[in-house]
Design a protein. Structure first.
Length: 500
């Protein structure tokens, strides 16, 4: 699978190489403890980034903890072949080589060696390893790029991580840090996680709507790009199109996954993304930067109704969870093949799924999540199961050094990694037309975060949202009444810990 990915992406390297200096201009990677004579291919200047003067860390091994490539964490997804922390060698794959370029520059700048700390195993082992190291007081890593869904054990105590606002040499206001993550993921004016251009998976974890353009042409559907541009891309519209396309192909009177033509596909997490992309939030924050529960709105209930009318409606939609147990990997074994075979019109999934779809013969469009009404704005969410967030463990022995290195990695990520990610996404036909390239910019510009998604206080999504999917009925109001107190109690415990 890795070889397939590298072959498909290889030609983009030409563009990348012609836009950058040659490897001779880059400081070579060194495993030698003394690489103080290495030089950087340029001297950063100007107010945006100023490296520490005369900083030399004597060949220190700077360790970054995170999910390793090709591990079970990524299941069979092609995106999992990417090493966003420290690839071993240049391969000709553009993202891989851009990350190496970034690392070489920072290594030469501060005389360090960047090394990954990959615990192996699945998500449980990832988060348990990270937390146990802190509890044991072991200085096993300097910083982490942790999957969002695995952050909760790290956030269980205020003593496990540093407040990133207090880290010397780390300027979180800089453009290479995602400012929405900074403002939305803080609590009580403390920031224990954020993201930015250093995270390769940040862009690929954006939640989007894939449209099979061949089916759209065959059924004479409206131009969805034009609908997006005019602000008319709504849930009413996507459901209307899904109904128009859905067909019982085998004529047995029942819509079954393997045999029939479907209008739309989603999973349980799709409901969470729908709520946030509608402009609603799980939590909002008061003047003291303290979150409060804000999900109990008429629009939240309306979103659940739309889910029940679309991918939860067995007459037109596929609900991925219905096929758990029937297929080893429902997306890989059933849903992606149906989309490629022109048997599914709309697929709601993270942008990373474009890697799985790029070998289909017909074109697909990439669209934002629909709005509730034409008067609303577009909002783009990210999948916490794939986006990586930065934190610094309380066991870090030198936070000034860590701040300087992380800042430099952020700067060079913006300079080299981010453009390559975008170039791969656009040029390599993950996005297949100019209209989708415009949509990609819209997605990046409208990303939003919600602290409630990371903490999931009291299992609020399962209790308040997913129950409606399980019962195929909108039971949000009764579930909210039943679980509100427990959720708020869980939130208060977090705030008490943060304010110690």
């Amino acid at each position: 699978m890795k070889k397939i990915m590298f072959a498909a992406l290889g030609f983009v390297l030409l563009t990348f190489l012609f836009s950058c200096k040659t490897d001779a201009d880059i400081a070579p990677t060194s495993n030698n403890s003394d690489n103080s004579n290495d030089t950087v291919d340029e001297t950063p200047a100007g107010p945006e980034f100023q490296p520490l003067e005369d900083a030399n860390y004597g060949g220190y091994q700077f360790r970054i903890f995170g999910p390793g490539p090709n591990s079970v964490i990524w299941e069979q997804n092609i995106i999992g072949t990417i090493n966003e922390i420290a690839p071993e060698e240049e391969t000709g794959e553009p993202i891989n080589d851009a990350v190496i370029r970034r690392n070489r520059l920072v290594e030469a700048l501060y005389n360090i060696e960047i090394v990954p700390v990959f615990p192996g195993g699945g998500r449980d082992n990832l988060e348990n390893s990270a937390r146990k190291s802190i509890l044991a007081g072991d200085d096993n890593y300097d910083a982490a790029l942790m999957i969002g869904s695995s952050m909760l054990p790290i956030l269980a105590s205020n003593n496990y991580t540093y407040d990133l606002f207090d880290i010397p040499n780390l300027d979180i206001s800089k453009s290479w840090w995602n400012q929405k993550s900074v403002s939305e993921l803080s609590i009580a004016n403390q920031l224990h996680m954020f993201t930015g251009d250093i995270s390769v998976f940040s862009a690929f974890s954006m939640n989007v709507v894939f449209q099979n353009k061949e089916l759209a042409r065959a059924y004479g559907l409206e131009n969805t790009y034009e609908l997006v541009r005019m602000g008319k891309w709504t849930w009413d519209k996507i459901i209307e199109m899904s109904r128009e396309v859905a067909r019982d192909l085998d004529g047995d009177g029942t819509m079954t996954g393997a045999a029939d033509l479907f209008g739309i596909c989603g999973e349980h997490a799709t409901m969470r993304y729908m709520i946030r992309s509608s402009g609603e939030r799980v939590t909002k924050k008061d003047a003291a930067d303290i979150p409060y529960l804000a999900i109990n709105t008429a629009n939240t209930s309306k979103v659940i109704d739309y889910a029940l009318e679309s991918f939860l409606n067995k007459e037109i939609g596929i609900y991925e969870d219905d096929y758990e147990g029937k297929y080893s990997q429902p997306f890989i074994d059933l849903i992606y093949p149906k989309f490629r075979a022109n048997e599914l019109l709309f697929l709601l999934d993270p942008l990373m799924s474009a890697f799985e779809l790029r070998n289909m013969d017909n074109d697909f469009a990439i669209l934002p999540y629909p709005k509730l009404s034409e008067q609303d704005e577009y909002y783009t969410t990210t999948s916490r199961y794939y986006e990586t967030l930065i934190y610094i463990p309380s066991t870090c022995s030198d936070i000034a050094r860590t701040g300087a290195v992380i800042e430099a990695l952020g700067y060079y990520s913006q300079k080299y990694v981010r453009p390559t990610v975008i170039d791969v996404t656009v040029t390599n036909k993950l996005i297949r037309d100019e209209e989708s390239a415009v949509i990609f910019d819209l997605l990046l510009d409208t990303r939003t975060y919600d602290i409630g998604v990371i903490y999931d206080w009291g299992g609020l999504f399962k209790q308040l949202i997913y129950t409606s999917a399980d019962q195929r009925s909108n039971v949000f109001a009764s579930q909210y009444e039943k679980h509100e107190a427990n959720i708020k109690t869980a939130m208060e415990k977090t705030f008490e810990e943060m304010l110690k």
